[in-house]
Design a protein around this ligand. Structure first.
Ligand SMILES: NC(=O)c1ccc[n+]([C@@H]2O[C@H](COP(=O)([O-])OP(=O)(O)OC[C@H]3O[C@@H](n4cnc5c(N)ncnc54)[C@H](OP(=O)(O)O)[C@@H]3O)[C@@H](O)[C@H]2O)c1
Length: 251
């Protein structure tokens, strides 16, 4: 049986990915801070190892690796945003976001990818975002962390190509989940007005892309068109448009 670790499995996209992995017979390890939610999910999917850990803390990934030496599937899904003007943001929140979205993801990948390459078997699914493709005013640090995840994942996909291992960057657009309230985004026009796909449908698209070994998966036709536009539109126009869309409704 193959072993899969999912970070951020207590809600949203991560919970749905864990359900898909369990459905397909993987032994699943669920990681997030909220132990009760993880245990409920473990019961629902017929048993799973639960690690209630704050991945933004120093040494957290070492603790995970001490418990779980190897995995065949690594889903780096845990991530948070922080909405609003950078100058009035709480620096500790910004730095914790970098620790989670970038550092923990990098550490977990470093811990498990080498074993996958050695065994010539394994998959990594890193959850980035469509925010990775252009600067995101009012989500400046978040967008930069996701640009890192996309670039890092694509580079690794190339490094391991042809070695029995794949690395996929999943790039959802706005998705109905706990993300918006955790990022304090409820006031934004985008959250109030833009219809969002369910976390389950995004997880299914990401899971399929991972199984196919695709390096990048942008979810949804409109999002794919927008990503195409970022390749041809002038950078100044992109950041101006992103600022208008993301800034509308900020307090
Ligand atoms: N929803 C969107 O609009 C959207 C769009 C593009 C990309 N994404 C990305 O999708 C991924 C999943 O987010 P989601 O939309 O499913 O949001 P979500 O429902 O808020 O889920 C986020 C998950 O990350 C976990 N997490 C947060 N901080 C953590 C920490 N310090 N240590 C360990 N786990 C932590 C949360 O669990 P605990 O609170 O229990 O720790 C939760 O399980 C994120 O990387 C996000 O950036 C989301």
């Amino acid at each position: 049986m193959s072993r899969a670790l999912v970070s951020g499995a207590s809600s949203g996209i991560g919970r749905e990915l864990a359900r898909l992995l369990a459905r397909d017979g993987h032994e699943v390890i669920l990681v997030a801070r909220r132990e009760r939610e993880l245990r409920e999910l473990a019961d629902e999917i017929g048993g799973a190892r639960v690690l209630a850990i704050d991945l933004a803390e120093r040494g957290a990934v070492e603790r995970v690796v001490r418990e779980i030496a190897d995995v065949d599937v690594l889903v780096n899904n845990a991530g948070v945003g922080d909405y609003g003007p950078f100058v009035s943001s709480d620096l500790d929140r910004q730095l914790a976001m970098i620790d989670l979205n970038v550092r923990a993801l990098t550490e977990l990948t470093h811990a498990y990818l080498a074993g996958m390459v050695r065994r010539r078997f394994g998959r990594v699914l890193n959850v980035a975002s469509t925010a990775a493709f252009q600067p995101g005013p009012y989500l400046a640090t978040y967008s930069a962390t996701k640009a890192y995840v996309l670039s890092f994942s694509e580079a690794l996909a190339e490094e391991v190509r042809g070695r029995g291992v794949s690395v996929t960057a999943l790039c959802p657009g706005p998705t109905a989940s706990g993300f918006q309230s955790a990022a304090r985004m409820q006031s934004s026009w985008m959250v109030r007005r833009v219809p969002m796909p369910s976390a389950a449908s995004v997880a299914e698209a990401g899971y399929a892309a991972m199984l196919e070994g695709r390096p990048v998966a942008v979810v949804g036709r409109t999002n794919r068109l927008m990503v195409q536009a970022t390749r041809v539109a002038p950078r100044a126009a992109l950041r101006r448009a992103a600022g208008l869309v993301l800034g509308a409704g900020k307090s």
